[in-house]
Design a protein around this ligand. Sequence first.
Ligand SMILES: Cc1ncc(COP(=O)(O)O)c(C=O)c1O
Length: 391
Amino acid sequence: MEYINNELCLGPLKKPLLPLVANYMRPIYVYDLDFIAQRFNAMAAALKGVRLFYAMKANSNPGVLQKLKSLGAGADVVSLGEIKRALECGFQPQDIVYSGVGKTKFEISEALKLGIYQINVESLPELERIGKIAREMGKKAAVALRLNPDVDIKTHPYIATGLKDNKFGMELSLVPALVDCLKSFTDSISLVGVSLHLGSQMLEFSGYEEALQRLKKVFLQLKKEFPDLKKFDFGGGLGIFYDRADLELEESLLRQYAEITLRTLADLNCELQSEPGRWLVAHCGALITQVQYIKETSAKTFVIVDAGMNHLIRPSLYEASHRIEPLKKGPAAAVVDVVGPICESSDFFAKERSLTTVQEGDFLAIMDSGAYGYSMASIYNLQELPLEVCI
Ligand SMILES: Cc1ncc(COP(=O)(O)O)c(C=O)c1O
């Protein structure tokens, strides 16, 4: 992000955002596809030899998906809706890993019909369900066990997924029961992998390394009984900075993460997979919104914009703090709350934030909102969904 002639520009190619609001109708998510390519290529280079399945829950915009597909990504999905979107955007069934704790019978049979590459199983009843459905269909399901090494990666509790009180994955103590179940379905299930995902926004890796070590032991145990086992999926979750633009530091954290992963798993001689989401797309998107009112009270100045928590829920849901920049650089700063039109006090983007002076009609960019932005948007208060533009 940079200002050129006082106009905000996005990404390494410094693409100006002001032209996008020439015929402004409502909030716009803008995604810089060249920036996404830069991030993907950096990750693919650091994680050499690892197959990257983009976690499309982060951003399932067709332009973004097609770009990532063209760069060589597979897709990590969590619903039949995401499978359909991935297929529409050019991914093949063999490019898709299917995760998620609540797969319905219909979703499983559709996935088997399509020949999805790998189903990441999250519970014993799900494994049994897959075994039975595949048997009835005369198919063999390729599954990976999502195991939960019970380590704390110190992130927001709502995005931690690798602890024993999380609903995700399966406890390591369940492995013997899983083995029994797998043995009763040798005709309809092939155990091809193990997987883990500890949570999102990981910026420190000691817990992650510990988790890899624990899962590696399980992989080696399972390998003795299941010769088809050849994939180790180490999840997504690499974090980014929301409070500053420091891509160099992020890339150095990426290299650290890659070094730990590749060193720890090297002697398994297996296929490595990852499911990154946020790291690839968050910085590449911004939410553009228009200032409607400046409201002064005895306690505060509110900048009321036309985007709300229904368009970008991260500040309300996770207390996430996104940088907010005016599209046209203005004079001197004032301390304000930036809030939306939704009838909830949790509808805010920033509190007590120093912001360039803005007026009614000005445009602001809520930065780093390319991940978990539009994909989590709703029509609460019957507000329209934002527009999306790829540049
Ligand atoms: C199973 C799984 N894989 C990958 C991801 C992507 O995580 P991130 O966007 O933090 O990389 C998630 C996110 O929730 C997930 O649940």
